[in-house]
Ligand binder design. Sequence first.
Ligand SMILES: [Zn+2]
Length: 261
Amino acid sequence: MIIFWFFIFVIGAVFGSFFNVLIYRIPIKKSIIFPASFCPNCKKPIKWYDNLPIISYLILKGRCRYCKEKISLFYPIVETITGFLFLIVFWKTGINILSLVYIIIFSSLLVNSFIDLKTKNIYISLFIFPSLLYVLYALFIEFNIFSNFWLFPSTYISLKESITGFLTGAIFFFIIRFFGGKILKKEGMGEGDIYVAAFIGLFIGFPYIFFVFIFAGIFGIIFYYTYYKDKDDKVIPFVPFLSLSSFFIFLILDFIKRLYL
Ligand SMILES: [Zn+2]
């Protein structure tokens, strides 16, 4: 059993390696397929044995084999997080189609969180496929299509909760942005947060989405006062906190749902 879970972690880390490519190349509008990975400093192509997730970073002691330029710590961090993401989602929901949908959902949030951290920008196009997939899944369940085929875990929410969650996320963040902007006389929050909140509402649902807002706020405040406080730049990237919070709520969703019954 340990070998199985280790295998899941490794698959996650391999996907994490691909997510690094997305995080690096999407904002600079480069093809995500060609060319193969190369060192951003000396431009030498990276050999497969220097491109193994996490391990290569450790073996190379975080430097390029050729020019010894430092490799960003972001790379092994993203790979490790993705490994744990796969591990935890499968552990939480079991091996079924909905767990794959959740993996795709949280992967899109992870990639956009790191893009937000690096560039203060997000790419909502990354949410389109996971959203369609989730809606399709929810429709199949709701209308009992292939009912014997679908297994769904305790984190599953009804279509009604899903739709109202989507609307709540969008409206709540639209209002915060609108009035926040009026009060602060500047844009306090990016437009991207509205889309992220709506997307999260879709798979967390109403009223559980409010827990996501609360914890995202708490995470954001902690981060601001511990790490970000002394920086000149006062615009905090909020997508990572919304994403992290949505993952946390996803893990305790069955517990929260029981409180509401
Ligand atoms: Zn190099």
